[in-house]
Ligand binder design. Structure first.
Ligand code: 5AD
Ligand code: SF4
Length: 445
């Protein structure tokens, strides 16, 4: 039996899919890279914005056509859209025989075994748990150089535009001992870089499941694991980032100098109606503290344009703040209504052409900031963790590889053709800046 996993959305979904992949392989099922060879499709979905949600429906429509000829093939739909649409998928698409939310993921491998045994069965795993659902691991002999480790699930913030608290449930922190055990197992199998994941990692431990330690203490303990070269975390909420975490950027050598800190808007009026619970002044204060603690820190962010009621002057405040902070890069989105969230009922809605124009202006400002920030790296030496081969053409006899520097910037290097460098950390002299990346030459191999 072959399976094929589609993954949409955030790094938490990528991490969930990787766990599913390891678990299904341990059951004796085979992953495949070609859709035509699959007997089971698993689709891990995202509904944070309207666009990714539409993609799920067009994928299911395409699979329905294809599966018509192969009645034994079936699909499972998981993640945020599954949590939202639920049984609707089972009713609307006969080939969908499993729906699962994020808390139900842990039971998916066992359910697939049951679905293979009984061809008439359909299963729904949509209940929320009141604690972090711990996932059994089947450790392979070696680990990839980079790994994700979940530290929590869900979110209690209820930002006015966001569907996540409804699709991923309330915040549930994982026990620090289980987190540390997983990190230890990964590092002892060769993992060099760990990214701690959660919807709002800065409030780790502050839920009814509690935790005996704070997020800053967790960072210290993970960063202290012998052999771990790099530690990252995402995502942070500005209202919850505390002094200890900011200080950690200057104190923990393994903690990479990069923070993704979603700003969403530069207007205090819009931030208040988004329910973000910080002001533009609070945000710039955090940035100043971060740069005092770690002058070289790379800052990236998320921004929404066209939130209900956003006036030109509000948008201008976002532009001004983006320029003032000088983000290394940002993800920016046109606001879209999500079903059931408070902003759905907020007015006036902003016409799409105004949203598109604002997005355009914001992205071109970010483009020039990114170019400036990248140009500042030329002439420096960076340690680059190589991730994969790239499509870029190198000189004859060489292959182009892509990796990331500690700040998270993409770096391209050319290396002799016969060498697989995946997972190696190389010292690279940066020689050129491009629109979104850097190129360099390897100093030591
Ligand atoms: N519309 C547009 N963007 C959104 N995001 C979350 N919800 C919405 C929405 N309804 C963006 C935010 C968040 C990122 C993951 O997606 O910027 O940080
Ligand atoms: Fe959504 Fe806000 Fe929670 Fe982030 S902090 S997941 S934006 S509700």
């Amino acid at each position: 039996m072959n399976y094929y996993i589609f993954t949409f959305g955030c790094q938490m979904n990528v991490s969930d899919s990787l766990w599913l992949d390891r678990s299904l392989q341990a059951m004796g099922l085979k992953p495949c890279n070609v859709e035509e060879e699959a007997d089971i499709f698993l689709i891990n979905t995202c509904s944070v914005r309207e666009k990714p949600e539409h993609k799920i429906y067009s994928l299911l429509g395409r699979l329905q056509e294809y599966i018509r000829e192969k009645p034994h093939v079936f699909a499972g739909v998981g993640g945020c859209v599954a949590q939202q649409v639920g049984m609707g998928f089972l009713e609307r698409f006969s080939f969908v025989r499993l729906v699962f939310g994020t808390d139900g993921l842990v039971m998916v491998p066992e359910c697939i075994r049951r679905l293979l045994e009984d061809r008439h069965l359909k299963i729904s795993l949509l209940d929320f748990q009141d604690h972090y659902p711990e996932r059994p691991e089947c450790w392979p002999d070696s680990s990839p150089a980079q790994a994700f480790v979940n530290i929590m699930q869900g979110c209690d913030n209820f930002c006015a535009y966001c569907i996540v608290p409804y699709t991923r449930g309330s915040q549930k922190s994982r026990s620090s001992q289980n987190i540390l055990n997983e990190c230890f197992e990964l590092v002892s199998r060769g993992c060099k870089e760990i990214t701690l994941l959660g919807q709002n990692v800065n409030s780790y431990g502050q839920d009814k499941n509690g935790s005996e330690i704070s997020f800053a203490e967790l960072l210290k303990r993970v960063a202290g694991l012998p052999g771990l070269e790099r530690l990252r975390f995402t995502t942070s909420h500005p209202k919850d980032i505390d002094r200890e975490v900011i200080r950690a950027f200057g104190e923990l050598p393994a903690l990479c100098p990069h923070l993704h800190l979603p700003l969403q808007s530069g207007s205090d009026r819009i931030l208040a109606s988004m329910g973000r619970r910080y002001t533009s002044g609070d945000y710039t204060h955090i940035v100043d503290c971060l740069r005092t603690s770690c002058p070289d820190i790379a800052l990236t962010t998320d921004l929404i344009v066209g939130f209900p009621g956003e006036k030109d002057a509000d948008f201008q405040r976002t532009m001004d703040l983006v320029e003032k902070v000088g983000f290394d890069s940002s993800f920016s989105f046109k606001y879209s209504d999500r079903p059931g969230v408070p902003a759905e009922k907020m007015h006036p809605k902003i016409p799409d052409e105004i949203k598109a124009d604002r997005l355009d202006r914001l992205q071109s400002l970010q483009g020039s900031l990114t170019r400036d920030r990248l140009a500042q790296r030329v002439g420096q030496e960076e340690m680059v963790l190589i991730e994969s081969q790239s499509k870029k053409q190198g000189p004859p006899g060489t292959v182009s590889w892509t990796g990331r520097d500690p700040g998270g910037r993409l770096v391209h290097v050319h290396l002799p053709r016969d060498r697989d460098c995946t997972g190696e950390v190389l010292r690279v002299a940066i020689v050129r800046a491009h629109k979104h990346s850097l190129s360099g030459e390897v100093v030591t191999c």
